[in-house]
Ligand binder design. Sequence first.
Ligand SMILES: [Fe+2]
Ligand SMILES: [Fe+2]
Length: 166
Amino acid sequence: MPRLTHLASRFAGSLWPGGPPAADDAWATRHLGRGEVLLWRRMKGFDRRHAVGVARRVSAALGSQATAPVMAAALLHDVGKVDSNFGVFGRVVATIRAAAMGAEKAAAGSGRMARYTHHPSIGARLLQDAGADPLTVAWAAQHHLPPTQWTLPEHVAAALKDADDD
Ligand SMILES: [Fe+2]
Ligand SMILES: [Fe+2]
Protein backbone atom coordinates (compact mmCIF):
# COMPACT_ATOMS: atom_id res chain seq x y z
CA MET A 1 0.00 0.00 0.00
CA PRO A 2 1.51 3.36 -0.97
CA ARG A 3 2.54 5.61 1.92
CA LEU A 4 0.85 8.99 2.22
CA THR A 5 4.10 10.88 1.62
CA HIS A 6 4.56 8.89 -1.55
CA LEU A 7 0.99 9.63 -2.61
CA ALA A 8 1.58 13.31 -1.95
CA SER A 9 4.67 13.32 -4.15
CA ARG A 10 2.84 11.44 -6.90
CA PHE A 11 0.03 13.95 -6.57
CA ALA A 12 2.43 16.85 -7.03
CA GLY A 13 4.13 15.10 -9.94
CA SER A 14 0.82 14.36 -11.62
CA LEU A 15 -0.40 17.94 -11.65
CA TRP A 16 1.45 18.64 -14.87
CA PRO A 17 -0.40 16.67 -17.56
CA GLY A 18 2.14 17.05 -20.40
CA GLY A 19 4.15 14.18 -21.83
CA PRO A 20 7.93 13.79 -21.75
CA PRO A 21 10.15 16.11 -23.85
CA ALA A 22 10.18 15.20 -27.56
CA ALA A 23 13.71 13.82 -27.35
CA ASP A 24 12.72 11.50 -24.49
CA ASP A 25 9.62 10.40 -26.37
CA ALA A 26 11.70 9.62 -29.46
CA TRP A 27 14.22 7.72 -27.31
CA ALA A 28 11.38 5.68 -25.78
CA THR A 29 9.70 4.76 -29.05
CA ARG A 30 13.02 3.57 -30.52
CA HIS A 31 12.77 0.66 -28.07
CA LEU A 32 9.22 -0.30 -29.03
CA GLY A 33 7.67 -2.40 -31.75
CA ARG A 34 4.96 -1.05 -34.03
CA GLY A 35 2.00 -2.28 -31.97
CA GLU A 36 3.71 -1.15 -28.76
CA VAL A 37 4.16 2.37 -30.12
CA LEU A 38 0.41 2.59 -30.71
CA LEU A 39 -0.15 1.65 -27.05
CA TRP A 40 2.50 4.15 -25.94
CA ARG A 41 0.64 6.91 -27.77
CA ARG A 42 -2.55 6.08 -25.85
CA MET A 43 -0.87 6.55 -22.45
CA LYS A 44 -1.42 9.77 -20.50
CA GLY A 45 1.41 12.28 -20.53
CA PHE A 46 2.20 11.81 -16.83
CA ASP A 47 2.34 8.02 -17.28
CA ARG A 48 4.74 8.42 -20.21
CA ARG A 49 6.95 10.72 -18.13
CA HIS A 50 6.97 8.14 -15.34
CA ALA A 51 7.76 5.36 -17.82
CA VAL A 52 10.68 7.23 -19.38
CA GLY A 53 12.17 7.66 -15.91
CA VAL A 54 11.76 3.95 -15.18
CA ALA A 55 13.30 2.97 -18.53
CA ARG A 56 16.29 5.31 -18.09
CA ARG A 57 17.02 3.78 -14.67
CA VAL A 58 16.63 0.23 -16.03
CA SER A 59 18.94 1.01 -18.92
CA ALA A 60 21.56 2.41 -16.53
CA ALA A 61 21.24 -0.56 -14.16
CA LEU A 62 21.31 -3.36 -16.74
CA GLY A 63 23.46 -1.92 -19.53
CA SER A 64 23.61 -4.35 -22.45
CA GLN A 65 21.17 -6.66 -20.68
CA ALA A 66 18.44 -4.05 -21.10
CA THR A 67 17.18 -5.75 -24.25
CA ALA A 68 14.25 -4.46 -26.30
CA PRO A 69 11.68 -6.61 -24.43
CA VAL A 70 13.09 -5.39 -21.08
CA MET A 71 12.95 -1.76 -22.20
CA ALA A 72 9.40 -2.29 -23.47
CA ALA A 73 8.54 -3.77 -20.07
CA ALA A 74 9.90 -0.64 -18.39
CA LEU A 75 8.07 1.69 -20.76
CA LEU A 76 4.73 -0.12 -20.90
CA HIS A 77 4.34 -1.80 -17.48
CA ASP A 78 1.50 0.61 -16.58
CA VAL A 79 -0.17 0.64 -20.01
CA GLY A 80 -3.29 -1.00 -18.55
CA LYS A 81 -4.13 2.38 -17.01
CA VAL A 82 -5.33 3.51 -20.45
CA ASP A 83 -8.47 1.43 -19.89
CA SER A 84 -9.73 3.37 -16.86
CA ASN A 85 -8.65 6.58 -18.64
CA PHE A 86 -8.56 8.80 -15.54
CA GLY A 87 -7.29 12.32 -16.04
CA VAL A 88 -5.04 14.03 -13.51
CA PHE A 89 -7.75 14.72 -10.95
CA GLY A 90 -9.45 11.32 -11.34
CA ARG A 91 -6.10 9.59 -10.97
CA VAL A 92 -5.32 11.41 -7.75
CA VAL A 93 -8.76 10.59 -6.32
CA ALA A 94 -8.51 6.95 -7.43
CA THR A 95 -5.04 6.54 -5.91
CA ILE A 96 -6.08 8.00 -2.57
CA ARG A 97 -9.38 6.06 -2.55
CA ALA A 98 -7.58 2.79 -3.31
CA ALA A 99 -5.18 3.43 -0.44
CA ALA A 100 -8.03 4.25 1.93
CA MET A 101 -10.32 1.37 0.87
CA GLY A 102 -7.73 -1.36 0.72
CA ALA A 103 -6.78 -3.31 -2.38
CA GLU A 104 -9.53 -5.90 -2.15
CA LYS A 105 -12.42 -3.42 -2.07
CA ALA A 106 -10.84 -1.23 -4.73
CA ALA A 107 -10.54 -4.22 -7.05
CA ALA A 108 -14.18 -5.30 -6.65
CA GLY A 109 -16.80 -4.70 -9.32
CA SER A 110 -16.32 -3.57 -12.90
CA GLY A 111 -16.26 0.25 -12.65
CA ARG A 112 -13.36 2.53 -13.52
CA MET A 113 -11.92 2.22 -10.03
CA ALA A 114 -11.75 -1.58 -10.34
CA ARG A 115 -10.33 -1.33 -13.86
CA TYR A 116 -7.66 1.03 -12.59
CA THR A 117 -6.78 -1.45 -9.83
CA HIS A 118 -6.61 -4.26 -12.39
CA HIS A 119 -4.24 -2.34 -14.68
CA PRO A 120 -1.59 -5.11 -14.54
CA SER A 121 -3.80 -7.83 -16.09
CA ILE A 122 -5.46 -5.37 -18.47
CA GLY A 123 -2.04 -4.13 -19.61
CA ALA A 124 -0.79 -7.67 -20.13
CA ARG A 125 -3.74 -8.41 -22.40
CA LEU A 126 -3.24 -5.20 -24.39
CA LEU A 127 0.45 -6.00 -24.83
CA GLN A 128 -0.24 -9.56 -25.89
CA ASP A 129 -2.74 -8.32 -28.49
CA ALA A 130 -0.12 -5.81 -29.70
CA GLY A 131 2.39 -8.60 -30.32
CA ALA A 132 4.72 -7.74 -27.44
CA ASP A 133 7.41 -10.16 -26.28
CA PRO A 134 6.30 -12.63 -23.56
CA LEU A 135 8.74 -10.99 -21.09
CA THR A 136 7.08 -7.61 -21.64
CA VAL A 137 3.63 -9.14 -21.22
CA ALA A 138 4.69 -11.00 -18.07
CA TRP A 139 6.13 -7.92 -16.39
CA ALA A 140 2.97 -5.89 -17.00
CA ALA A 141 1.03 -8.66 -15.27
CA GLN A 142 3.50 -9.11 -12.42
CA HIS A 143 4.86 -5.66 -11.60
CA HIS A 144 2.74 -5.27 -8.44
CA LEU A 145 3.15 -8.90 -7.30
CA PRO A 146 5.68 -10.04 -4.70
CA PRO A 147 9.07 -11.34 -5.98
CA THR A 148 8.06 -14.94 -5.30
CA GLN A 149 5.55 -14.63 -8.15
CA TRP A 150 7.91 -13.11 -10.73
CA THR A 151 8.79 -15.29 -13.73
CA LEU A 152 11.45 -13.03 -15.27
CA PRO A 153 15.18 -13.59 -14.63
CA GLU A 154 15.61 -12.42 -11.05
CA HIS A 155 18.11 -9.60 -11.68
CA VAL A 156 15.99 -8.24 -14.55
CA ALA A 157 12.81 -8.20 -12.49
CA ALA A 158 14.67 -6.64 -9.56
CA ALA A 159 16.04 -3.86 -11.79
CA LEU A 160 12.58 -3.19 -13.22
CA LYS A 161 11.03 -3.06 -9.75
CA ASP A 162 13.81 -0.90 -8.26
CA ALA A 163 13.37 1.57 -11.10
CA ASP A 164 9.59 1.82 -10.62
CA ASP A 165 8.82 4.46 -8.03
CA ASP A 166 5.07 3.92 -7.82
FE1 LIG B 1 1.44 -0.25 -11.97
FE1 LIG C 1 4.96 2.29 -12.55
